[in-house]
Each structure stands twice: as structure tokens, then as C-alpha cells.
Design a protein around this ligand. Structure first.
Ligand SMILES: [Fe+2]
Length: 296
């Protein structure tokens, strides 16, 4: 996080000129990420772990890079391609450093003029990064807000004219943005965002890429609280990559004590139990008053 911050701040301090040393730094961060993600047994990404950092843009770039590399691994991309994809993820929003922060963090609705300025960020990034990164990385950054049906920006390109890396980035970008708190809206829960993204298959997002993307994220990150269809409350203790909607959970009894574990995927007794609601802290479902012991 610190390294990414430094890179973005250097870019701003040096009158928005990015140099080869900066790109080298980014490249080495991406190498580390790939090594870690390639040899990690479990690809599922507990995104809640990364939500506690202060600054949205840097955290967002790190998340998009990690999600893109993980999706790329699931898609079977070669290591050099994962590397390009990871760099594109890190740098995809660098053009936002040229957008006034009042516009970027405006709590209300943007005016048409303000939105027009935001829409320039992919093209501005390409101008700054020209000759510093490969053409494929430039095309990915340029098109990360394009949609298959041509309703995206900056050029309104359609499916065949959008680069493959950009199609991966756009899914990861939207997922991370919607699961994060922003000045103009609260974050949505992963399960809601997964439903939304799947609903945009073939219109905004590539269907095949989505199939791989949903394998690497979890609907209910470890530590989230869930309400069950039988009225019980529980906390998520483990996720299975075989099915991101059926985690292992630990029941919280009505008196606030911790109850038994319930395996929603492998224990046949619980096949008729579904998760109907979720929250990130004790206060959801009024648990603050009753929770008596540490849950996990
Ligand atoms: Fe963007």
C-alpha cells in the first residue's frame, strides 16, 4: 500500500509526469503479488481484509490488481500476461490524479461538466504512460470503462473492439467500487454485487470472464455476520471455493454465546437452510447488546 501511494504521489508531485523508475517499482510489486497468488492454494479472496486502509484510490488499485491477476490465473493466462494485467490494474485509475478532488469525492450527483472531466481519466492515463508500458497495457487502461454493448466511455467501443485485459479489469473495477464505501453512497454487500454483475453479463461484461471471476471472490467474507432462513444468526468462519454461497458458519445463540458450527455446503442436515441477510459488524441484527463472547 505504501509503495503504491508513493508511486501515485510521485506522479502528482512531478507535475503528473510518470517515469521509468516509477513503472519499475509498480512492476516489482506486481511480481510479488503474482508469486503470492500463483502459489496460494486457495484463490478465494477475502476482500474484507483490504477494506481498512484509508485512501480509496490506492486501495482500489491494489484490489483491482489482485482481483485481475487472480481472475487471470483462473483463466489460465501465462505469467507474462498476468504481469501485464497486474500492472494495468495498478495504474488503471492514475488519470484520476488529474481530476480535482472536489469532483472525485463529491457527495452529491455530478453535473454533466463534472462527469465529462471524470470521463477523461482513461485517456489522460494513456497520454502519461505512452512509451513507458506495453501497448496491451495502454489499451487495457484506455478501455476499462467500456461496455460490451457500446454504452461505456470514453469511446463507446463494442465487444470486439475492447481489449481482453480491459474486459477483465472492468469486472474487477466495478466489483471493488460497488463493495467499497464512497462519499456518495454506502458499499453494497458482495452477494448483492455478484448478482448485479451477473445480471450485466453480455451487456456490460464478458460472460466467460465472469464465470472465472466468480470463482475467485467470496460472497460472504470470513468474519461477516449472516442471518439464516430459519431465523438464527451466525458468523462466517470458512469459505469453500467449490461454492461461494454456502460457507461454514458458527451459530450465535440468542443469549449471545457461541453455538455449533453449521456446514452449509457439506452437511446434508442444513441443505434447506439459506442465508437471507448479512452485515459486517456486531451491530447488524442488533447483536451488539447480546454478544457475550468473542465469536471467532
Ligand atoms: Fe476508472
Amino acid at each position: 500500500m505504501t509503495q503504491i501511494k508513493d508511486v501515485y504521489y510521485d506522479f502528482q508531485m512531478s507535475s503528473n509526469k510518470i517515469n521509468a523508475t516509477t513503472i519499475k517499482q509498480i512492476s516489482s510489486i506486481v511480481n510479488d503479488l503474482i508469486t503470492e497468488l500463483l502459489y496460494k492454494d486457495d484463490l478465494t479472496y477475502n476482500i474484507i481484509d483490504f477494506k481498512n486502509y484509508d485512501s480509496y484510490t490506492f486501495q482500489h488499485c491494489l484490489n483491482v490488481s489482485i482481483l485481475s491477476i487472480s481472475t487471470g490465473i483462473s483463466l489460465g493466462l501465462s505469467e507474462p500476461k498476468l504481469h501485464e494485467l497486474g500492472i494495468a490494474g495498478m495504474l488503471h485509475d492514475i488519470g484520476k490524479m488529474l481530476v480535482p478532488v472536489e469532483i472525485l469525492n463529491k457527495p452529491g450527483k455530478l453535473t454533466e461538466e463534472e462527469f465529462a472531466i471524470i470521463k477523461e481519466h482513461p485517456v489522460n492515463a494513456v497520454k502519461q504512460l505512452n512509451n513507458l508500458v506495453s501497448n496491451d497495457i495502454l489499451r487495457a487502461i484506455e478501455s476499462h470503462h467500456e461496455k460490451l454493448d457500446g454504452t461505456g466511455y470514453p469511446y463507446g467501443r463494442t465487444a470486439n473492439n475492447i481489449s481482453y485485459y480491459a474486459k477483465v479489469l472492468s469486472v474487477c473495477d466495478v466489483y471493488d467500487a460497488l463493495t467499497s464505501d464512497r462519499p456518495y453512497r454506502k458499499s453494497a454487500f458482495p452477494n448483492e454485487v455478484i448478482e448485479y454483475i451477473m445480471g450485466c453479463a453480455d451487456t456490460h461484461f464478458d460472460y466467460d470472464i465472469l464465470q472465472h471471476f466468480i470463482k475467485i471472490i467470496v460472497a460472504y467474507p470470513i468474519g461477516t455476520f449472516v442471518k439464516l432462513s430459519n431465523g438464527q444468526l451466525a458468523v462466517v468462519v470458512k469459505n469453500y471455493k467449490e461454492n461461494i454461497l454456502r460457507p461454514l458458519i458458527r451459530i450465535i445463540n440468542p443469549d449471545g454465546t457461541v453455538g455449533r458450527d453449521m456446514d452449509l455446503l457439506y452437511d446434508k442436515r442444513y441443505m434447506n437452510v439459506t442465508i437471507v441477510d448479512m452485515g459486517y459488524d456486531y451491530e447488524c441484527f442488533g447483536m451488539k447488546k447480546i454478544l457475550k463472547s468473542s465469536v471467532i
